[in-house]
Design a protein. Structure first.
Lengths: 257, 249
């Protein structure tokens, strides 16, 4: 049996397949949580940075949000993962075996790493949402105020819905980026796809039955991971492009002359 | 937690300042070489994807899609381990430069493609009608005009590339992040988490923030100019009286 056949036989073992598929699920869940929480946190940051100019207290919050956004955008994700590993507190109920992970320590690692990814992603999403807010015409604010809406109502009912509609494609492509970024977690914990691929790789000699690791193992294992990442992300990027095309064809705002 | 910020911890970081400076230097030199490679690949594939030959356009498309839709960490591991197990290892830093260059080359290619496509078609036709060859057309007419569209996203890519040097950690690099981590976990140096991470973060920030600020400024200026152009074009009908050469108004 050639090396390539041995390598291919390795990824047909049910245990290996299940192990990797779990990794895919974790990758998707971690990324989705990071983006969804990132949208919440990012919206707050973006609103503070854009409109916190009136009140002195608001100006303090604006300063904080600017510092937060610029700090996270100009430092690597891996640094924040390392920082969270040491400094992020973990709520007590997570201190046990769950999610099909091996130990309570792994669950805690997952939580800390997910916090780092969320914090990092929220700074990027804040800037995306700010772009959306800036694309809402000034007249919309004035129209809202003239109807007797207060600032919060104007934001909630008039500005934010339009801003979000304008940035949906960009937010979706941020999901792609976050899925790719989640592979940085492989540096600290064996949870998601990249880490699991690397774990199998380091024991490939045992799994392929030949006792040693060959080049073909590298190609088969990392190639499989690459294909999985590619299928997920390419499908998403096709969706992004379709959306952008549709938005270009039908302008969101009615054209008035 | 606060024990990580004791004066003793700061003193330890200061004593090992050379480690951090070496890491910073590795990160910057790796990034510089990778930027050169990324720029060369970006220019090549950017031109291919706007060219006339369909097969080459397809090649450029595949390069961009495959690279942009898979993580840099995976690409780096793939390349590094494939070379190691083929007994042709090129070393950690060289593998890092190659992987970073190839990864960000795909993004540069898209940036350059968008820049070229932003130039009106008439410019290409005008250049051709003046007898410019393809190289001359690109070098003298098209690229100089698209540079202002290209530069801001390109500088953003440089910032991302500098941050992504941290992926070298997974194969045991000597970049700033890896040096910091081995410092805080080392047997004789360990424990000074707080100060070490602050120093490391500040170093990254001092390199990346000015660059991303610059890119932001350029982008803003470009937007203002675009708005002005649109306003100028759409503000009412253009005056009928067109002054022809040699004709008195």
């Amino acid at each position: 049996m050639s090396n390539l056949q041995a390598s291919l036989a390795m990824i047909r073992q049910p245990a290996v397949v299940q192990y990797l598929l779990r990794g895919v699920v974790f990758t998707l869940i971690i990324s989705l949580i990071a983006v969804l929480l990132g949208i919440v946190l990012g919206s707050v940051l973006a609103l503070l940075r854009n409109y916190g100019t009136r009140h002195p207290v608001a100006r303090v919050f604006r300063r904080i949000s600017i510092i937060y956004i610029e700090l996270f955008r100009n430092t690597p994700l891996l640094l924040w993962i390392f920082i969270c590993l040491v400094f992020c507190p973990v709520p007590g109920f997570l201190n046990r075996k769950m999610f099909g992970l091996n130990s309570a320590a792994d669950v805690k690692l997952l939580f800390k790493a997910a916090v780092a990814l969320t914090l990092f992603t929220s700074s990027v999403i804040a800037e995306i949402i700010r772009g959306g807010l800036n694309s809402v015409a000034e007249g919309q604010f004035e129209a809202g105020h003239s109807q007797g809406f207060n600032m919060v109502q104007v934001m909630l009912y008039i500005v934010l819905p339009q801003a979000f509609r304008n940035v949906i494609p960009t937010l979706l492509s941020q999901v792609i980026t976050t899925i790719k970024d989640s592979s940085y977690l492989a540096n600290v914990a064996v949870i998601e796809l990249m880490a699991r691929t690397k774990t199998i790789m380091s024991a490939a000699g045992r799994y392929n039955g030949t006792g040693t690791i060959h080049v073909s193992d590298v190609f088969v294992l990392f190639g499989l991971a690459a294909v999985i990442y590619f299928i997920i992300n390419f499908a998403l990027s096709c969706a992004v492009r379709a959306m952008q095309k549709r938005m270009k064809r039908a302008p969101v705002r009615p054209q008035t002359t | 937690m606060l024990s990580a910020f004791t004066p003793d911890a700061w003193a330890r970081v200061w004593a090992f300042r050379d480690t951090f400076l070496l890491g910073l230097w590795t990160t910057i030199s790796t990034a510089l070489l990778a930027i050169l490679l990324a720029f060369a690949l970006g220019l090549l594939f950017g031109l291919l994807s706007t060219g006339k030959i369909k097969a080459l356009r397809l090649v450029a498309r595949i390069y961009v899609e495959v690279i942009q839709n898979t993580p840099i960490v995976l690409q780096l591991c793939f390349m590094y381990y494939a070379l190691v197990y083929a007994k042709r290892s090129i070393g950690i830093t060289a593998a890092g430069i190659l992987a970073l260059g190839i990864y960000h080359g795909a993004y540069m290619a898209e940036v350059i493609r968008a820049g070229i496509e932003a130039i009106p078609k008439g410019q290409f036709e005008a250049a051709q009608s003046q007898g410019f060859s393809y190289i001359q057309q690109m070098g003298y007419i098209i690229l100089p005009q698209s540079i202002k569209v290209i530069l801001p996203p390109m500088v953003n890519q440089v910032v991302n590339l500098i941050k992504n040097t941290s992926c070298l950690y997974i194969i045991g690099g000597a970049d700033l992040i890896s040096q910091t981590y081995s410092f805080v976990t080392g047997a004789s140096t360990g424990g000074a988490y707080g100060p070490a991470y602050i120093v490391c973060g500040l170093m990254f920030f001092c390199v990346c923030f000015p660059l991303s600020r610059l890119a932001g400024r350029w982008e803003e200026r470009l937007k203002v100019r675009d708005r002005r152009t649109v306003a100028a074009v759409s503000s009412g009908p253009i005056p009928r009286r067109v002054i022809r050469r040699g004709q008195k108004p």
